[in-house]
Design a protein around this ligand. Structure first.
Ligand SMILES: Nc1ncnc2c1ncn2[C@@H]1O[C@H](COP(=O)(O)OP(=O)(O)OP(=O)(O)O)[C@@H](O)[C@H]1O
Ligand SMILES: [Mg+2]
Length: 300
């Protein structure tokens, strides 16, 4: 085998991929800091298909594989996060629906993911599809999820991070997620109309801050599906950074086939192809989330 002079075996693409895989899969040398206190992060954007679920499961896996116990709450009736984390979400399984109704506890509904022993998931079943309407007539309808996430309940499952994956709407499910969280993470796709609807999302967050959850902050924006071959992706990146400054993570998630293939195998991209750029970028993004804590925030 020949390789460029001076680069040695370490300079070949295969060796680089192996090095990336080692960084993703060998947590001991690269463990991530635990937060000073437990962080509950809602992943929201009412625009569909921007990478909410993909970012939720892969950031959570990034933390979990590096020793930080993490819970994913699937709050979308589509159940995509449950699929990606390979947890049972057939109708009748204790799920986030029963949690909202107060009929189950976190400990009873949480399932271990096959991806990591540190990664738990509260699944969404098809029953959640009716919840948006059923919640309307319930007492404390905006705070049902928060009531299920008491300190005792979270201590019982011993997690440092909770990520809540929202559906693509600003309805009561997303409001429940915003009320239950300390932070919002907004994924933005590096595509046309990326900023469309963002004003509406920020307005809703402001309403929740004013009336329901004063301590909520927009702590993180993550740019996703970046395609380096297009000028547009750079323009969107620059515009988002100009608008939102250092709330935007330095790490940008590239568009990558491996990222989109992984859920079909009930895996995160970290498990599916740990040497891929998609896996590496989610590990880098997870590390940024862990290292910057809640220092930066945006009050819309
Ligand atoms: N970095 C990426 N590279 C390639 N494909 C991606 C990437 N991120 C996400 N995708 C794909 O784009 C689609 C939308 O992503 P995802 O489901 O995460 O978005 P979402 O915001 O959760 O969607 P919804 O609003 O329907 O819940 C999926 O098919 C996913 O596999
Ligand atoms: Mg989704």
């Amino acid at each position: 085998m020949s390789h460029a002079p001076g680069t040695g075996i370490g300079g070949t693409p295969i060796a680089e991929e192996a090095l990336r895989a080692a960084r993703v899969l060998h947590p001991d040398a690269n463990s991530m800091p635990r937060p000073a206190r437990r962080r509950v992060i809602t992943v929201a954007n009412q625009k569909g298909g921007v990478g909410k679920t993909t970012s939720t499961v892969n950031l959570a896996a990034g933390l979990a594989l590096h020793g930080v116990r993490t819970l994913v709450i699937d709050l979308d009736p589509q159940g995509n996060a449950s699929t990606a984390l390979d947890v049972d979400h057939r109708s009748g399984t204790p799920s986030v629906y029963e949690l909202l109704l107060g009929e189950t506890t976190l400990a009873d509904a949480a399932q271990a993911s096959t991806q990591s022993e540190n990664l738990l998931c509260i699944p969404a079943t098809i029953d959640l599809a009716g919840a948006e309407i059923e919640l309307v007539s319930m007492a404390q309808r905006e705070a049902r999820l928060k009531e299920g996430l008491t300190r005792e309940a979270l201590e019982a499952i011993d997690v440092d991070y909770v990520f809540i994956d929202c559906p693509p709407s600003l309805g009561l499910l997303t409001v429940n997620a915003l009320v239950a969280a300390d932070e919002v993470l907004i994924p933005i796709q590096c595509e046309y109309y990326a900023l469309e609807g963002l004003g509406q999302l920020l307005n809703n967050i402001e309403l929740v801050q004013r009336h329901l959850n004063q301590t909520l902050t927009v702590s993180t924006i993550l740019l996703t599906m970046y395609d380096g071959r297009t000028k547009l992706a750079d323009q969107v990146t620059q515009e988002v950074r100009r608008h939102f400054g250092d709330v935007v993570l330095k790490t940008i998630i590239p568009r990558s086939v491996k990222v989109s293939e992984a859920p079909g195998y009930g895996q995160t991209v970290l498990g599916y192809d740990p040497g891929s750029r998609g896996a590496m970028s989610y590990v880098d993004a997870a590390r940024e989330v862990a290292e910057r804590g809640t220092n930066r925030e945006l009050r819309p």
